[in-house]
Write a protein that binds this ligand. Structure first.
Ligand code: HEC
Ligand code: HEC
Ligand code: HEC
Ligand code: HEC
Length: 155
């Protein structure tokens, strides 16, 4: 799909462009945070919080905080938080605490419409390697010598 390519291109390009691109695909859907999903998808939430590094991706960045300038720190958020750059996504850990990790909506997209309707049509279900490559770019995947399987790192 064309818009998907567009989003990937922009995210790799830089944080200021992310805002523009997210308007394109997010529309009226807003980010609600993983705790909201847990109300109905307890199993996925438990697995995500117990077994994935994504569930503490923000703390991992914070451990390196003292070595980074504020600008450098912000450059981490695009991949280590949920929805950073989107007006309804992560801003800071105080005002958006439920979006500070790489949560459900980092892969499934903003969930507000689905939370209302409970319809699979309102949430992204088909997730491909391209969605992963937004954060796990080719160089990174190569460096760490793993080819992420679609189900790994999620739940
Ligand atoms: C109020 C309850 C509720 C909340 C909150 C909720 N969901 Fe759902 N979700 C459902 C129901 C009901 C279905 C449909 C299940 C079915 O048809 O098998 C569903 C289906 C899904 C599916 C598709 C499953 C499939 O096999 O087609 C995904 C993915 C999903 N939800 C993700 C999320 C995410 C991510 C969140 C948080 C942003 C979330 N849900 C929040 C109730 C909820
Ligand atoms: C929004 C960015 C983002 C997206 C999208 C993303 N990941 Fe990740 N993923 C991360 C980050 C960040 C980490 C490392 C977190 C840490 O250790 O602090 C990670 C860690 C992992 C790990 C390490 C093992 C573990 O226990 O977590 C695997 C495997 C993984 N991701 C697979 C995937 C796959 C497969 C997809 C696509 C379906 C995907 N990721 C999508 C950001 C992302
Ligand atoms: C382009 C996306 C991207 C950006 C930007 C990014 N990271 Fe990551 N980071 C990842 C992914 C994906 C992983 C997990 C897999 C891997 O290591 O390749 C990861 C893993 C980590 C880990 C390892 C956690 C562990 O022990 O397993 C730390 C620490 C980390 N990142 C810190 C940072 C910091 C600090 C910044 C900003 C200066 C940053 N990252 C920017 C994608 C990113
Ligand atoms: C790293 C990306 C990623 C993250 C983060 C993630 N998911 Fe998923 N999710 C997937 C993939 C991939 C599938 C499988 C889709 C398919 O079968 O084609 C999936 C499937 C699902 C399904 C359908 C039933 C199932 O288990 O196969 C539900 C419900 C769901 N996810 C909810 C959640 C919730 C709730 C969270 C947060 C706690 C979450 N997901 C976080 C990638 C992710």
């Amino acid at each position: 799909m064309r818009w998907r390519n567009y989003v990937i291109g922009c995210l790799v390009g830089g944080a200021s462009l992310v805002i523009t691109c997210n308007w394109v695909h997010a529309g009226s859907k807003t980010y609600v945070g993983s705790k909201k999903c847990a109300e109905c998808h307890e199993q996925e939430y438990q697995k995500w919080s117990k077994y994935t590094k994504k569930s503490h991706s923000f703390e991992d960045v914070m451990k390196m905080k003292h070595d980074l300038t504020p600008e450098e720190l912000k450059s981490c958020y695009g991949c280590h938080t949920t929805g950073y750059g989107d007006p309804t996504g992560f801003r800071d850990p105080v005002s958006t605490p439920d979006l500070k990790e790489v949560g459900c909506e980092a892969c499934h997209g903003p969930g507000s419409a689905h939370v209302e309707s409970n319809s699979p049509a309102d949430i992204k279900v088909k997730i491909t390697m391209r969605d992963c490559e937004r954060c796990h770019n080719a160089a990174r995947v190569g460096n760490f010598g793993f080819k992420p399987l679609v189900h790994a790192g999620a739940h």
